[in-house]
Write a protein that binds this ligand. Structure first.
Ligand code: SF4
Length: 378
């Protein structure tokens, strides 16, 4: 059997088939989140915050930086009174740079994560010494300053200088992973989240977009029961459509640190309290504390009095202090003793008037110790 050439009509049909686009079943196309929708929502619902410029007004880089450092690991409600106190006492970065570190630590006491307070001071000095008292405007230049990492540099660049940068914090991670139903687990998912956040950013209004994302995460796309009916991005949100909002962001299981134990010694000499200053570097660096033993997983509290700072009639308090640091939980046994007026402080320690406790740079764990010991503190 011989093959015959196709007729002209048939040839044309073959050619047409060969060049026609291949029709495949396409995945359902979802509408991309439009930044204009979020910005329009922000213009109506933006939060009023003490450090936030009014609509149309220029942001103060000092105010933006101060608030962003304070807000790391802390809530807006907790930060607001500290922000007001700092700004009233040190209204410019130059004033903060000229302040003694000890005054800053005292003002910071209670806000936690004390390395931030030391970096705050170092950063203020660097801005004055290296930049003539003006914050640089780009994320790269900002990251050369103490205490300013990737997130904070993007926040300052966007909010204070309207530079194209999207700061990605926990709120933004939640919004973005839900919008795209991103399956990858945190923390490994961070680069993907950043890339998606940059993809949906607008070509202008960078500061407003950054703050709008933060506000959406804080007020609408909340960790539990997000108010999707109020969300300007409900149409393109994949998790909302699937009803899987609660599953995002996905997180790798945390490895909790081993619990540590120790003892704290509250020594009273009349109306005075024995204290010392922690080493400048490390956990709670530069903060004030009552003497304690080491804090370790293997510490035996039965041996605690062998580490007391001086000989005295020690009385153990019934209540123990528990405190959770980022990397480990701590339990402290509290001992209290009164010593005669002639007792001098051991090396490296000092007595302070009890009435000055509130103004001392005691971290929260020490304030708990003082409360258990029956001393007043904030
Ligand atoms: Fe979050 Fe709901 Fe908005 Fe999706 S629709 S971004 S889950 S608030």
């Amino acid at each position: 059997m011989t093959m015959t050439a196709p007729t002209g009509k048939k040839r044309n049909a073959v050619a047409t088939l060969a060049t026609a686009p291949v029709r495949r079943k396409q995945p359902r196309q979802h509408k991309r989140p439009d930044p204009a929708d979020l910005l329009a929502w922000y213009d109506r619902h933006r939060r009023v915050l003490p450090w936030r410029a009014l609509p149309g007004a220029a942001s103060d880089p000092y105010a933006v930086w101060l608030s962003e450092i304070m807000l790391q690991q802390t809530t807006v409600v907790a930060v607001a009174p500290y922000y007001a106190k700092f700004l009233a006492r040190w209204p410019t970065v130059a004033a903060l740079a000229a302040a003694p570190l000890d005054d800053i630590l005292k003002m910071w006491a209670g806000l936690g994560y004390y390395a931030r307070a030391r970096n705050l001071h170092a950063c203020a000095r660097a801005v004055v010494e290296r930049h003539g008292g003006r914050f640089p405007a780009t994320p790269d230049a900002l990251q050369t300053l103490p205490g300013i990492g990737g997130y904070t540099s993007a926040a300052i660049a966007a909010i204070a200088f309207d530079r194209p940068a999207v700061p990605v914090d926990g709120n933004v991670e939640r919004v973005v992973t839900r919008l795209f139903a991103l399956d990858e687990e945190l923390p490994g998912a961070k680069p993907a989240i950043k890339a998606l956040a940059a993809e949906i950013a607008p070509p202008q209004r960078h500061g407003d977009f950054a703050q709008a994302l933060m506000d959406l995460g804080a007020t609408v796309c909340t960790p539990r029961k997000p108010a999707c009916v109020l969300c300007p991005w409900q149409a393109p949100c994949v998790a909302r459509r699937q009803g899987t909002q609660d599953l995002f962001p996905r997180k790798a299981p945390k490895r909790a640190g081993k619990p540590r134990r120790g003892a704290a010694f509250v020594v009273l000499r009349g109306d005075e309290l024995l204290v010392r200053t922690r080493p400048a570097k490390g956990l709670l660096g530069g903060m004030t504390e009552v003497p304690t033993t080491e804090w370790s997983a293997t510490f035996d509290t039965d041996d605690a009095l062998g580490f007391a700072p001086l000989k005295a009639a020690w009385r153990q308090r019934g209540e123990r202090v528990t405190h959770v640091f980022t990397h480990f939980p701590l339990e402290l046994v509290v001992y209290v003793a009164r010593v005669p007026a002639r007792t001098g402080p051991p090396d490296g320690m000092r007595f302070i008037p009890v009435r000055e406790i509130a103004g001392e740079a005691f971290p929260n764990v020490m304030r708990k110790v003082l409360r258990v010991a029956g001393l007043h503190s904030e």
